[in-house]
Design a protein around this ligand. Structure first.
Ligand code: UDP
Length: 415
């Protein structure tokens, strides 16, 4: 087959979102999109499954099609050595102290060049997601279309050796999208910077309504006792998601609530070879505690199961120490739960401390807030109602689509 591998997506209809966001908003999006009909859009990322970007594209691409854009999603290919290197890039760009060596540079460029060779077709807008495929454009330029780099990670404390290495490949894009204004690095043309957040799809299997009873049954399939309190963190097994800190916080809670259980659900994405390693590390840290459940897609945990876990848990946390945005926070808030989240990156734009959740800076604070919510289910419930409305007003896929349309129109004007 010619071109980068194509990802198949389900059909979606913007009209079905009327019941979530109202007719006015949907009409507004449709009116706005009318003169973009037929424009060709390509999204490129590194995995069709696992992690936030894949999650977004599953909804965004079909909705772009529904409003008349000719949208596609393709992925790049690489072997283990490439994904090891890109994971190191991901970590370093988020601030980890890693040395950049020549072998890493060579592997990164070799696979970007290979993928550039496989690239075919012409598009009006090409959106390249994250650092993994970022250098493709360097190998293709000059190439028709408006090229956009969408950065999903937090670059505020970036490792400069890595940033300086990829900067020349990024600078050549026509526009960049960041989740927060302060993620954009110095030296990128200000007029090319656009800022908007990711989003969740309220009608996806992961977020569509599920009854408490049905959700509890799903938990019970995994031997989790729904008559006892349940703490949940949904995350890849990754150092920035602090799974070991989650276990420490749970152990503090357990002193006051001996019955409490901890569920950590984490999918293994193909672009994340560190996942299995970190899963093993977490498992050994959890020891023989029968109250800790480490579950993943390898145990059959898919979107519906994640949904059920979020619906039937008493406490949801996202104890990250770095987080570009944190879709798991959005998903939890949408389930009508206050979220206890690390006070980092994109989490503080989602959690208003004390209103729809709590922002925490360390293990003790995390444990303290979990104990507070376990002791105060009524407060938890009323915070949860605010949580859902906050997501409805700020972080749904419909707004995200609108932001892309505005960006496209803006770029057509300046092209
Ligand atoms: N996810 C999942 N199964 C898991 C773990 C994570 O489906 O076992 C999903 C999660 O629900 C969310 C996405 O992966 O939609 C993670 O996005 P987030 O922005 O929280 O973090 P990232 O993985 O992109 O760093």
């Amino acid at each position: 087959m010619k071109g980068l591998p194509l990802v198949e997506v389900e059909k979606k209809s913007l009209d079905s979102y009327v019941k979530i966001v109202g007719k006015k908003k949907i009409e507004e999006i449709k009116d706005f999109s009318s003169n973009l009909e037929g424009y060709k859009v390509l999204h490129v990322n590194s995995t069709a499954y696992g992690g936030g970007v894949a999650e977004i594209l599953q909804a965004l691409v079909p909705l772009m099609r529904d409003i008349g854009l000719d949208a596609e999603w393709r992925t790049i290919s690489g072997d283990k050595s490439f994904f090891n290197v890109t994971k190191a890039f991901h970590n370093a760009l988020q601030g980890m102290d890693i040395r950049l060596n020549q072998e890493m540079r060579d592997i990164y460029l070799k696979y970007n060049k290979k993928n550039a060779k496989n690239f075919s077709g012409e598009y009006d807008f090409i959106v390249i997601h994250d650092p993994q495929p970022a250098a493709i454009y360097h190998y293709l330029k000059p190439y028709p279309g408006i090229w956009i780099w969408r950065c999903h990670i937090d670059l505020t404390n970036t490792n400069m050796a890595f940033w300086n290495f990829i900067k020349p490949f990024i600078e050549i894009y026509d526009a960049y999208i960041f989740t927060l204004k302060n993620y954009a690095q110095e030296g990128l043309g200000k007029e090319k910077i656009f800022v908007f957040t990711p989003s969740i799809d309220p009608l996806s299997k992961k977020n569509d309504s599920l009854t408490l009873n049905e959700s509890k049954k799903i938990f019970e399939n995994y031997k989790v006792d729904t008559s006892r309190p349940i703490i949940l963190q949904v995350s890849r097994f990754d150092p920035w998601k602090d799974p070991l800190g989650v276990i420490d916080a749970y152990r503090i809670v357990k002193k006051q609530f001996p019955n409490v259980q901890l569920v950590m659900a984490g999918s293994m994405a193909i672009d994340d070879p560190e996942g299995i390693r970190y899963y093993k590390k977490t498992k050994s840290y959890a020891g023989e505690d029968p109250g800790i459940f480490l579950l993943s897609n390898l145990d059959g945990v898919g979107d519906k199961e994640i949904n059920a876990f979020q619906v039937a848990s008493d406490i949801i946390i996202q104890k990250s120490t770095r987080e570009g945005f944190g879709l798991t926070v959005t998903e939890g808030l949408w389930k009508g739960k206050p979220i206890i989240g690390g006070n980092v990156g994109g989490i503080p734009i989602q959690i208003i401390n004390g209103v729809n959740g709590f922002l925490v800076n360390n293990i003790n604070e995390c444990a303290e807030k979990m104990i507070f919510l376990l002791k105060n289910p009524e407060i938890s419930k009323s915070m949860g109602e605010k949580a859902r409305e906050y997501v409805r007003n700020n972080f749904l896929i419909t707004d995200h689509l609108y932001n892309y349309l505005k960006l496209f129109k803006n770029l057509l004007k300046t092209d």
